[in-house]
Design a protein around this ligand. Structure first.
Ligand SMILES: Nc1nc2c(ncn2[C@@H]2O[C@H](COP(=O)(O)OP(=O)(O)OP(=O)(O)O)[C@@H](O)[C@H]2O)c(=O)[nH]1
Length: 598
């Protein structure tokens, strides 16, 4: 045990975490040349394409230092705020953390939020100043920032470049010297923390764990504490680039477990594994069910594909336990599903996976957060509103509460004004303003989650010219004045276009929605009035004028091939359209409310 080191890498997005992990694997000889590939740890295609780490992974390295052999377990963590719960679990499985800071970008919002998570778990922090090879790097200034933040010495900071390999040896030495060896009770009943799980279509769910006390043996009868289910440990082993089956994984070490579980929902990140006959008495530390933050309807483009969509979603859920869905129906779109996501990125990923892996073309409706409504009839009963159509009628509605978050934004002092006006426009209330240095300011706001899940991040980037980083954490529900804004096309309400909005914004957004829809809905043979309404009251109106021109009109005469080509083109453009009443609505229109400021 004394020669094991468990550590993770924490950083703001794009500060070089995955690249650094690759260098460490290289340097310790954990990969052969043939296995070498950029960003080894990001194994999903999507991850590689998007250049982001979606799921956290673990990998074991051997390293000899001053004549002694060490086992280093690197637990990689996802960088996007949608997956922050996984970061916290990975952190809980370690004793130390490399805090990677980009020498050109300095400390950003997620550097700080991840650092706090690490400090809460008493991790030893090793600050790494990455990307010192960049011409724009500013190592002196950024080192000062790090010293201010951590209260460490300048000499504690390791200058490095994950690109050139500078500093890698020093980092490995620091992991061995500064990160404490795991401490745990070898003789106590098994207690292991699940920090991740991965779905393998052939072997079922692979569970990644860290043994805190005792050991886990092959064929042992084990129990998952939170779900209360028993399994047999069919295979346990250590994780290298490949899996290495072992007879036993001992106290302090990290490994994988295969039990034949076929459904990802049975394995919950943060749960504790214990022995079925001799269970641990210690409480499961900090286990939390991950709750979806954003809800949207997903409908097949072709109504006949509903069953196929259901089958695809069920398969997706087997390997992504954070996806939840229930069937729903919409007057406009027919049968589909209301799905819960961790955030907008997660929504995009699911949509893309449905298309790539299952060949499904789907229509996604306006996303919304989850509200809580109370009616006059029973003001104590909470009604969950995950869909605008679930909101009770205004006459019977007592009050609505919406989720709030604490937003932390770090920006340059020049942009404080812009950032503040943006946040105030988004119904934010400033709660704190701290100058980290004379140039950099940390701002905190209490804001409704609904305002930030959509275009906030892009707007923030624009108003700060890219010099703002952002992070948030939920702070509970607060009462809010919300109304349902409906959209009528050709005098028919299209339920899939309804949105829940704050009363102060409803008129403005209603008007913008009509304008945007006018741009997006193709002209047809007749005038299409577009109206926004609150209840029976129309608050805005636009009209899509009737079409006069036939696309093939120009090709009079016999040029049939050209005519066909044009018609093909028109058909392609129609692919993702939905006929509602007699109006054709393209997919973009369902998301129009998100793009009002484009
Ligand atoms: N010049 C230079 N570029 C680097 C260095 N380290 C990483 N990069 C580049 O910075 C970008 C981001 O690096 P990643 O390793 O993907 O960053 P990350 O923190 O893992 O990002 P997420 O996985 O999305 O959280 C990539 O284009 C890397 O090639 C470095 O030391 N020097």
């Amino acid at each position: 045990m004394k020669n094991i080191r468990n550590f993770c890498i924490i950083a703001h997005i794009d500060h070089g975490k995955s690249t650094l992990a690759d260098r460490l694997l290289d340097f310790t000889g954990s990969v052969t040349d043939r296995e070498k590939q950029e960003q080894l740890l990001d194994s999903m295609d999507l991850e590689r394409e998007r250049g982001i780490t979606i799921k956290s992974h673990a990998i074991q390295m051997d390293y000899e230092y001053e004549g002694e052999k060490y086992v280093l377990n690197l637990i990689d963590t996802p960088g996007h705020v949608d997956f922050s719960y996984e970061v916290s679990r990975s952190i809980a499985a370690c004793e130390g953390a490399l805090l990677v800071v980009d020498a050109a970008q300095s400390i950003q919002a997620q550097t700080i939020s991840n650092l706090y998570l690490a400090l809460e778990n008493d991790l030893e922090i090793i600050p790494v100043l990455n990307k010192v090879d960049l011409p724009s790097a500013n190592p002196e200034v950024v080192s000062d920032d790090i010293v201010d933040l951590l209260g460490c010495e300048h000499s504690d900071i390791i200058p490095a470049s994950a690109k050139t390999g500078l500093g890698i040896e020093e980092i490995l030495a620091a992991i061995i010297k500064r990160v404490p060896a795991p401490s745990g009770k070898v003789d106590a009943p098994l207690r292991a923390l699940i920090f991740d799980s991965v779905y393998n279509p052939f072997r079922g769910v692979e569970t990644y764990f860290r043994v805190i006390n005792g050991s886990i043996k092959k064929n042992q009868n084990i129990k998952f504490v939170a779900t209360g289910k028993n399994y047999s440990a069919d295979e346990v082993g250590t994780l290298r680039l490949k899996q290495f089956p072992r007879e036993e994984i001992k106290t302090g070490d990290v490994g994988y477990l295969i039990t034949g579980i076929k459904d990802a929902r049975e394995v919950k990140v943060g749960d504790t594994i214990t022995d079925a006959k001799n269970p641990t008495t210690e409480a499961v530390a900090g286990f939390e069910d991950v709750k979806p933050m954003v809800f949207a309807g997903i409908y097949p483009v072709d109504t006949e594909d509903y069953e196929e969509l259901r089958a695809s979603m069920e398969k997706l859920q087997l390997n992504d336990a954070s996806l939840v869905f229930t069937p729903e129906s919409s007057a406009a779109l027919g049968f589909g599903f209301r799905c819960g996501f961790l955030g907008m990125l997660h929504l995009e990923i699911i949509q893309e996976r449905l298309e790539r892996e299952f060949d499904m073309t789907v229509i996604t409706t306006v996303p919304n957060v989850s509200y809580q409504a109370y009616t006059n009839r029973n003001p104590n009963e909470v009604l969950l509103v995950n869909n605008p159509s679930d909101l009770p009628e205004p006459s019977s509605l007592n009050r609505v509460e919406e989720p709030f978050i604490k937003a932390t934004i770090i920006t340059k002092s020049d942009y404080v004004g812009n950032v503040m006006s943006l946040c105030i426009e988004k119904r934010g209330e400033i709660t704190n303003q701290t100058y980290l240095t004379t140039e950099r300011v940390e701002l905190s706001f209490d804001m409704p989650l609904a305002e930030i899940v959509f275009d906030f991040y892009d707007r923030l980037k624009t108003v700060s010219r890219g010099y703002a980083s952002f992070d948030y954490s939920p702070i509970g529900m607060r009462e809010s004045k919300l109304v349902k804004v409906d959209v009528l096309l050709n005098a028919n309400t299209v339920d899939a276009l309804s949105a829940l909005l704050h009363v102060d914004n409803a008129y403005d957004i209603g008007k913008k929605m009509c304008e945007k829809l006018k741009e997006l809905i193709p002209r047809q043979q007749f005038d299409i009035p577009i109206q926004a309404a609150i209840g029976a009251k129309i608050i805005a109106r636009e009209t899509v004028k009737a079409l006069r021109k036939d696309v093939t009109a120009k090709c009079y005469g016999g040029d049939i091939s050209r005519k066909r080509k044009l018609l093909e083109k028109q058909k392609k453009g129609k692919k993702r359209m939905r006929q509602v009443g007699n109006v054709e609505i393209p997919q973009e229109a369902f998301m129009a409310v998100l793009k009002l400021n484009d």
